[in-house]
Design a protein around this ligand. Structure first.
Ligand code: NI
Length: 197
């Protein structure tokens, strides 16, 4: 069984970690994926990346329907590689590591996805609409990139106070040791990487 996972919030350092491809899907990882779906549903999300639960693995979960009962809509995307970006589309995004923060994000409209699912089956398809946007947002997480990195200066200025609150809360949690030291966080990520990447 995996550790008990929780969703980490901005500016936790693991959100800036560049995740390595998974080489081994074991029972531990399957349990972690099951926990990720639970956490995503509790937070009313449609996608959640491993970085967001403090894991250094190149994988994310999706349920674009947002409906926990709709098990057929559940997707586990492992080691995604995106290519052939086309067009431009702007739409509002949020992120479970930034509760309450929303902004219009411009991204390529369509994208090609190559990846594997939890059973090792290859995924090889062209994506558009919400599927395309969600896969791009979650793949960014695996590269240590956040949706706020894609905003313009004016948009960032509008979010400044909200982001500052996240910074203050994080600092407070570090001082009260509710969050481990950067060294401890790093050491744990290295250990998890050694086990499965
Ligand atoms: Ni996100």
């Amino acid at each position: 069984m995996a550790d008990k996972l929780t969703i980490i919030k901005y500016p936790h350092p693991t959100l800036r970690h560049s995740s390595k491809p998974v080489k081994k899907v074991d029972a531990w990882l399957k349990d972690a994926v099951a926990q990720m779906f639970e956490l995503m549903y509790e937070a009313n999300g449609i996608g959640l990346a491993a970085n967001q639960v403090d894991l250094p693995y190149r994988l994310f979960v999706l349920n674009l329907s947002g409906d926990p009962e709709n098990k057929e809509a559940e997707q586990v995307i492992i080691n995604p590689v995106l290519s052939r970006p086309k067009g431009n589309a702007t739409a509002e995004e949020g992120c479970l590591s930034f509760p309450g923060v929303y902004a219009d994000v411009r991204r390529p409209e369509t994208i090609h996805l190559k990846a594997f699912d939890l059973s090792g089956k290859m995924i090889d398809e062209d994506l558009d609409g919400l599927y395309s946007r969600a896969v791009q947002h979650e793949t960014d997480h695996l590269d240590g990139k956040l949706f706020i990195d894609r905003l313009g200066e004016t948009q960032l200025l509008e979010l400044k106070d909200q982001l500052e609150e996240f910074n203050i809360e994080f600092k407070h949690n570090q001082e009260s040791e509710a969050i481990p030291s950067p060294e401890e966080i790093e050491a744990r990520l290295r250990e998890l990487e050694a086990a499965r990447t």
